[in-house]
Design a binder for this molecule. Sequence first.
Ligand SMILES: *[C@@H]1O[C@H](CO)[C@@H](O)[C@H](O)[C@H]1NC(C)=O
Ligand SMILES: *[C@@H]1O[C@H](CO)[C@@H](O)[C@H](O)[C@H]1NC(C)=O
Ligand SMILES: *[C@@H]1O[C@H](CO)[C@@H](O)[C@H](O)[C@H]1NC(C)=O
Ligand SMILES: *[C@@H]1O[C@H](CO)[C@@H](O)[C@H](O)[C@H]1NC(C)=O
Ligand SMILES: *[C@@H]1O[C@H](CO)[C@@H](O)[C@H](O)[C@H]1NC(C)=O
Ligand SMILES: *[C@@H]1O[C@H](CO)[C@@H](O)[C@H](O)[C@H]1NC(C)=O
Length: 487
Amino acid sequence: MSRAGRSLPLPVAALLLAVVALCAARRARAIGVNWGTQLSHPLPASTVVRMLQDNGFDRVKLFEAEDAILGALRGSGLQVMVGIPNDMLAGLAAGGKAAADWVAKNVSGHVRDGVDIRYVAVGNEPFLETFNGTYLNTTFPAMQNVQAALAKAGLADRVKVTVPLNADVYQSPTGKPSDGDFRADIHGLMLSIVQFLAATGAPFVANVYPFISLYADPNFPLDYAFFQGSSAPVVDGGVTYQNTFDANHDTLVAALRRNGFGNVSVVVGEVGWPTDGDASASIDYARRFNQGFLAHVASGQGTPLRPGPLDAYLFSLVDEDRKSIQPGNFERHWGLFYYDGTPKYPLSLGGNASSLMRPARGVKYLDKKWCVLKTSANLADQKVGDSVGYACGLADCTSLGYKTSCAGLDAKGNVSYAYNMYYQTMDQDDRACDFNGLATTTSVDPSAGTCRFIIEIDVGAAAPRSAIGFAAVLAAGLAASVLSVLL
Ligand SMILES: *[C@@H]1O[C@H](CO)[C@@H](O)[C@H](O)[C@H]1NC(C)=O
Ligand SMILES: *[C@@H]1O[C@H](CO)[C@@H](O)[C@H](O)[C@H]1NC(C)=O
Ligand SMILES: *[C@@H]1O[C@H](CO)[C@@H](O)[C@H](O)[C@H]1NC(C)=O
Ligand SMILES: *[C@@H]1O[C@H](CO)[C@@H](O)[C@H](O)[C@H]1NC(C)=O
Ligand SMILES: *[C@@H]1O[C@H](CO)[C@@H](O)[C@H](O)[C@H]1NC(C)=O
Ligand SMILES: *[C@@H]1O[C@H](CO)[C@@H](O)[C@H](O)[C@H]1NC(C)=O
């Protein structure tokens, strides 16, 4: 700017000031979000990017390097963490060539095109105990190979390599955060990784889930999961922990310090609360948790062992109807927004009331049509049960069940809900609303109370057109196998 050696014209100076002020304002509410794409009907990438901008997110975390998404993020001003799925770790660990190809194809070109990639996340929670050690030998070599490839591509200074880890890689034998250390069975491996992060200036990325603590332990003190003070605080020397997030975060900070890496920065890769599919997964709790967390971030106070700004990515942007429900039915309901970019509840992302979440704009829906059970149908008919099993095997029925948003439906309502989810998932194909003559379409919204009968997004030609009528499937003898998977 000073190159020309003279003062700037007034309008330009004013503009610059405005830009600086805007950046400062953005920084003050810096918050990221995870953008997962396991949906039968994903919103167009450009719609999502505009939604991220409208809501003031300044960073986004992706689980894969999808071209269409990275293309839409070009010049968006959003910082990007791009992920590598666990099933690619072995290949990337095997040699430098695969890592070089991955970086060339999925990073270099996009950076050149103006995508602000800051991090590559090599694997996703690879050391989860449920993976039985599958990725223990490949994660760190894959990180090293990707790092070397980035260095070769001249990107090592701007793109850092890290790995998002589940909070179960560290623990405290006493429950006090200050006694934190890495899990004994992977202690040596964790030190190698942390050493690597320290040497390259990359952050330790940890996913922190108070919801899971509550879900896994019915005796977990409810108020300790939130941020409004607790009747069961954890006293640790001179520090009193009033919420499990701070305690969990500081268990990691203590583990880093204990092992001589007290200067490694911590980024919270995932933090959030689901809204459906379990008794503890409610709109009220999600709002309470997320608003409390955002206020915590906005306060700039940090945690007792790490005062200062918190760097975090909320989990998650939208509900994903194709996620595995192996961990639980709540897994498809982590979104701050429904599948279509509608906010689920009023949430102030800036930590105050003047910045409530805004919906996605310009969303195109299918027709205003729903599929329901015919009023004449007999519930005792064996075909009804079979058809529900079939529909729910191929579409998402996780809003049905004990203490869910659709728990209030009667038996016929349940069947209609299942039929409609299947019909919408199949893009309202006529054959998908038959079920051996048991079903019919209606233009009257069957939604009742908290139970939303949805209409899917119109994804045009990209729609997954695998619809087959239930009768045809029955005839092919497939329904039995679908049901046996279900039951
Ligand atoms: C990234 O690059 C590799 C080439 O090494 C390719 O096989 C892969 O499919 C690309 N895309 C993603 C999403 O990883
Ligand atoms: C891990 O081991 C358990 C018990 O042997 C098994 O049931 C499960 O399928 C395994 N998981 C994976 C991801 O291999
Ligand atoms: C990892 O390496 C160890 C030691 O070489 C070996 O015993 C183990 O079977 C390997 N694990 C996997 C999942 O490949
Ligand atoms: C952190 O400390 C390690 C070991 O003392 C040092 O090598 C590294 O450069 C430091 N990193 C940062 C980001 O300060
Ligand atoms: C509320 O948030 C908005 C947007 O982030 C910000 O401009 C405003 O200054 C905040 N107000 C208060 C009182 O913190
Ligand atoms: C509706 O379906 C759910 C989930 O399958 C079940 O738990 C519930 O009992 C059903 N309700 C009625 C009234 O049949």
